[in-house]
Ligand binder design. Structure first.
Ligand code: ATP
Length: 568
């Protein structure tokens, strides 16, 4: 497939607001791609040259792209800058300048060249990246140039989620969305859309966990009384403390014989970000404290005070998620990884095994001081569950996590195999709500100085794959947080309301943002509301903290409805 053809598909996708037609257009694109290029086509739909969880970045600023355009189109940098100021979009600027006689390169060649740009680092890398990008642009017809100029600065926003891609793959195979659930199960275990697309195209979708590829973490349902939990669990369950740290998946392989002695160790956050470099202490501990050859562990990394051995509050642990001064903070805020699950063990897929079996394997493979097995007890009386809950809360923890003894690990899903019970359930709103920032309004009065006066938040509706609003937040942030939000709004700002936003006209924003920034909000109440497209509104919402979550993992529409009905 030529890159020009791909760019024309992207142009059609950009122009359609309807999700159903997006699915159809994508399915035609996937149909047309052959089995050796479909993975690349899929990565490119996301403006990437690798799966989202791989830390592969272009590291190019707008100025570098302008210089590449100057080289490719033989125009002075000032001229390009002037045109860019007029259009406000580097893609549109490149489109005006490119030569319509070009565009014969195939997708694979362009993909490889783009990938090369991401691999350049060290001395002279700015010049090399600019040159390589100019080489790609030189060969582009106008529509391709529009796409290429946007990719390195992360501005290719076609407005659909990973789920839309899975639906399109189903549509490609059978002309309906009926295979999407099957594909989603595979994706949850191996969230690499290129890999899944290729396997579907080759009619060979057998997905198992793999060391080095993160798995989407299982999530918990919530209930508000110990009695309900015991009943839902069928009279008996395992109960673990609920720790308020950073969800972390540890991938470990002792190494193939050829590379014996050099173990592969990777750590992933809940948002599938590769965070290995942030936790050198956990990497060192993994070398010593894991008692098997290959394993994928699920757990919570949490800071502790070495003098008292007590766990630290989230605000202190989260300081370890940083790009700079990693060593200093590793010393000041030492971590433990409290592991509560095993998803892969010496070549064996564990996710379809019961909790009881997984726990036995887990107990056998951990022997650590830093990588520690989560406390667990089997409970069959609501009084005992309540006593354990209170004991956990007294020792400063968030609450407890009840787990069904014969329950499997439902990657990426929220189910009643895990039920959380937290101390915040006694507050006015039974739980906090995770919502995505959809846009901002400029400030008036006192907050004028921050450049943001209020922001619109919404939650994700997996059924329609849209974001629906729940509140405009105008209070509850510190001065520092308002300023930080202004910075984020320029980073994620987009020209027009994203297609996947369902917003009542009365809630229009001065600046729309692509769905990237997720916050946890506490409110006094959830009330029914015709103003907000979720049908509910948060009353007096305030930000608890920004969250490391994917926007599609915000509280869902279905959960909001449930929360609104919970007795407090
Ligand atoms: P919350 O805000 O309550 O953490 P959430 O929506 O962010 O809810 P859930 O999907 O409910 O997260 O999953 C529970 C989270 O609790 C996990 O992501 C994990 O980080 C954390 N956790 C702490 N202790 C445990 C435990 N023992 N077992 C499983 N998860 C645990």
């Amino acid at each position: 497939m030529t890159f020009k053809k791909l760019a024309e598909y992207f142009q059609k996708l950009e122009a359609t607001p309807s999700r159903n037609s997006m699915v159809e257009i994508l399915s035609r694109l996937f149909q047309e791609a052959d089995k050796n290029e479909i993975d690349k086509v899929v990565y490119l739909t996301q403006g990437r040259v690798a799966p989202l969880y791989e830390p592969v970045e272009f590291q190019m600023a707008e100025k570098m792209v302008i210089r590449a355009m100057a080289l490719a189109f033989e125009k002075p940098v000032e001229k390009i800058t002037e045109l860019y100021k007029k259009s406000g979009d580097l893609g549109v600027t490149a489109e005006h300048l490119a030569d319509s006689g070009r565009g014969q390169n195939d997708v694979k060649t362009v993909f490889e060249k783009l990938k090369k740009i991401t691999e350049i680092n060290g001395g002279g890398s700015v010049e090399k990246k600019v040159y390589l990008l100019s080489e790609i642009l030189k060969d582009c017809d106008p529509v391709s140039a529009r796409i290429i100029a946007r990719i390195p600065i992360d501005k290719l926003r076609l407005g659909f989620s990973d789920m839309t891609i899975l639906e399109a793959l189903s549509w490609m195979i059978c002309g309906t969305k009926k295979l999407k659930d099957e594909f989603e199960t595979a994706y949850n275990c191996r969230p690499d859309l290129g890999f899944i697309a290729k396997a579907v195209k080759q009619n060979n979708l057998k997905v198992e966990p793999a060391v080095g590829t993160p798995i989407l973490g299982m999530r918990a349902e919530r209930l508000t009384s110990p009695a309900e939990i015991i009943e839902k669990m069928g009279g008996k369950c395992a109960v673990e403390p609920k720790l308020d740290g950073l969800r972390t998946q540890l991938h470990f392989s002792r190494g193939t014989p050829a590379k014996a002695g050099v173990p592969l160790i990777k750590l992933y956050s809940r948002g599938l970000e590769n965070v290995t470099h942030m936790y050198p202490d956990l990497v060192e501990a993994a070398k010593e404290e894991i008692n098997c050859d290959e394993v994928i562990l699920d757990g919570e990394a949490i800071g502790f005070d070495p003098k008292t051995n007590k766990y630290l509050p989230f605000q202190e642990t989260v300081q370890r998620k940083r790009k700079h001064e990693i060593g200093l903070f590793a010393e000041n805020v030492p971590l433990k990884l409290i592991v509560f699950d095993v998803l892969f063990y010496n070549g064996k897929n564990m996710i379809n095994e019961t909790y009881e079996t997984r726990r036995k394997y887990l107990e056998a493979c951990i022997k650590g001081k830093t990588i520690v097995l989560a406390d667990m007890r089997i409970i069959n009386k609501s009084k005992d569950l309540n006593d354990y809950f209170e004991e956990c809360v007294r020792s400063g923890l968030e609450g407890i996590m009840a787990k069904k003894l014969d329950g499997v690990y439902q990657a990426g899903a929220r189910g009643f195999n895990w039920i959380k019970y937290k101390k915040s359930y006694s507050a006015s709103l039974a739980d906090t709500v995770d919502a995505v920032v959809m846009g901002i309004d400029f400030g008036q009065g006192k907050r004028n100085k921050f450049g943001v006066g209020a922001f619109l938040i919404g939650i994700f509706d997996p059924k329609t794959q849209t974001y629906k609003t729940v509140s405009k937040v105008g209070t509850g942030l510190t001065d520092v947080e308002w300023r930080a939000l202004k910075v984020r709004s320029s980073e994620f700002g987009v020209r027009s309301k994203p297609n996947e936003y369902d917003v009542n006209k009365l809630n229009n924003c001065d600046v729309w943002m692509s769905p990237k920034l997720v916050g946890e909000f506490k409110a006094d109440e959830l009330t029914k509301s015709p103003m907000h497209t979720a049908g509910y509104a948060l009353r007096f919402p305030r930000l608890v903290r920004w969250r490391e979550k994917k926007p599609e993992d915000t509280t869902t529409l279905q959960e909001i409805a449930k929360l609104a009905n919970l007795k407090t």
